[in-house]
Design a protein around this ligand. Structure first.
Ligand code: PLP
Length: 458
């Protein structure tokens, strides 16, 4: 048996983030002002974000230096380990080699601190003292609560109600790190109150929680808004994952022909995949697979269109795969994947054929997660279980075809706060939920009247 863990020294923490915008065959179409239909400029975003992040959002530079204070905090858990899944391979009896990059070793338990720390740093540098945000699974809220604490910032988190109820200890974690947490929809904002009036039992969604956080931050000079995924700069901050993985795969004497990640807004997937897509764009053959829930099948069933990033229509119009901004995904346990949209960078790369996507239901992803836990030990976050399921399918298919693949996936977080979901799975109580066609048609009516992406731009 060859090595199981491939570890890098702290000196190998990347010094730059990789900005895929510099290399894409087609850069994403502009983000539009919903009132004028015209591309927005930095000034439109200034009430919400520090200027450094706005500049990163539109930068054409391939590499952006990571400030030392951020690298200093990354040292608490980075570089993260890359594992060869020997025991999983044996349990499956596969001929393929399976590697995974494990981001669950961060204090918050996922990849999210990679961007939370960067965003808190730039907010602090801009002179603001407070950040408002949303969280789905609670992973992002925990990451930002930690980052705010480390930089001495206040943090207010709007937590999607279904997760707030399913995962009370995520709230405890955020509060331990000093954040204030409310269930969303909440009574604290106009958009929250409007939703509660229409549906007092609303399970909430990321789209609703984003509206609340944006509404909180926009009028306050001391407050920035922070998003845990979707935006270009967020995906870029995550590329430390893939850069480390490139070095670790080299140490392992291997190179993946399949790179896999789960997608909610697209950030952990992009973090691993973009540095490999850089190689693919340069001519190397790599199959890149994004895995999503059948209950929220943004890439596999949503059209590429302009849509709001939130339910309350407070954000600019973003060119992306979408299920419609008022779509409330069924309350599956992978709370971090319950988002109606998708990062514009990932959406464009799917359009351009550089990434492909598949959708899976709950029971199958939990079965794969349990198989993984019983061979590799780590209990995966339900979000990451989608990537594991994608890997198991690909390995099985390769075995059927007599092929031997080298597969690399992102294990974006652990599932220690998701044991209620595992209980339900083990007791046979989980439901398989796929989005009904009528609901998709209904939800997409919400984008009928919005501007359409330019024709001819693929
Ligand atoms: C562990 C984990 N993986 C994946 C995701 C999905 O987000 P993204 O697509 O931005 O990585 C989340 C979101 O909360 C998460 O907590």
């Amino acid at each position: 048996m060859t090595e199981t863990k491939f570890l890098l020294p702290e000196s190998a923490i990347p010094e730059r983030w990789y900005n895929i915008q510099a290399d894409m065959p087609n850069r994403p179409q502009p983000v539009l002002h919903p009132g004028t239909g015209q591309p927005i400029g930095p000034d439109d975003l200034a009430p919400l974000f520090p200027m450094e992040l706005i500049l990163q959002e539109v930068s054409g530079d391939a590499e952006i230096p990571i400030p030392e204070p951020i690298r200093g905090i990354y040292r608490l858990w980075r570089p993260t380990p890359l594992y060869r899944a020997h025991r999983l391979e044996q349990a499956l009896g596969t001929r393929s080699r399976i590697f995974y990059k494990y981001e669950g070793v961060s204090p918050a338990g996922s990849h999210k601190p990679n961007t939370a720390v960067a965003q808190a740093y730039y907010v602090k540098e801009s002179g603001r003292t407070r950040i408002a945000t949303e969280t789905g699974a609670g992973q992002w809220g925990s990451a930002l609560a930690l980052a705010c604490q480390l930089f001495g910032l206040e943090c207010k988190v709007y937590m999607v109600r279904v997760s707030y109820e399913q995962k009370p200890y995520r709230r405890s974690m955020m509060e331990t790190w000093g954040a204030t947490v409310v269930a969303s929809p909440s009574e604290d904002t106009q958009s929250g109150r409007a939703i509660l009036e229409a549906d007092p039992d609303s399970p909430g969604s990321l789209g609703i929680a984003i509206s609340e956080a944006v509404e909180d931050a926009a009028p306050r000079e001391d407050t920035a808004y922070s998003l845990g995924s979707v935006l270009n700069h967020v995906l870029m901050h995550q590329t430390v994952i893939g850069q480390e993985a490139l070095a670790q795969m080299e140490e392992a004497g291997a190179f993946p022909d399949l790179v896999v990640g789960c997608v909610g807004g697209g950030s952990n997937f992009a973090g691993l995949a973009f540095p490999f897509l850089r190689e693919k764009i340069a001519g190397r053959e790599i199959d890149v697979l994004a895995c999503e829930p059948a209950a929220c099948p943004t890439l596999t069933r949503g059209p590429f269109a302009y849509d709001f990033g939130d339910t309350g229509q407070l954000t600019p119009l973003v060119p992306m795969h979408t299920l419609g901004h008022d779509f409330v995904p069924a309350p599956i346990h992978a709370g971090g994947l319950r988002y109606h949209g998708m990062a514009p960078l990932v959406s464009q790369l799917v359009l351009d054929g550089l990434i492909r996507a598949e959708a899976y239901t709950q029971r199958e992803i939990f079965s794969s997660a349990v198989r993984f836990a019983r061979s590799e030990g780590i209990i995966p976050a339900p979000e990451a279980a989608h990537a594991i399921h994608g890997v198991l399918r690909a390995a099985a298919q390769a075995d059927e075809e007599g092929r031997e693949r080298t597969i690399l996936f992102n294990l974006s977080g652990h599932g220690h706060f998701d044991l209620g979901a595992y209980d339900a799975h083990l007791a046979g109580k989980l439901e398989d939920i796929a989005l009904p066609e009528e609901e998709l048609e209904r939800a997409l009516k919400a984008i009928d009247a919005l501007p359409k992406p330019a024709a001819g731009v693929r």
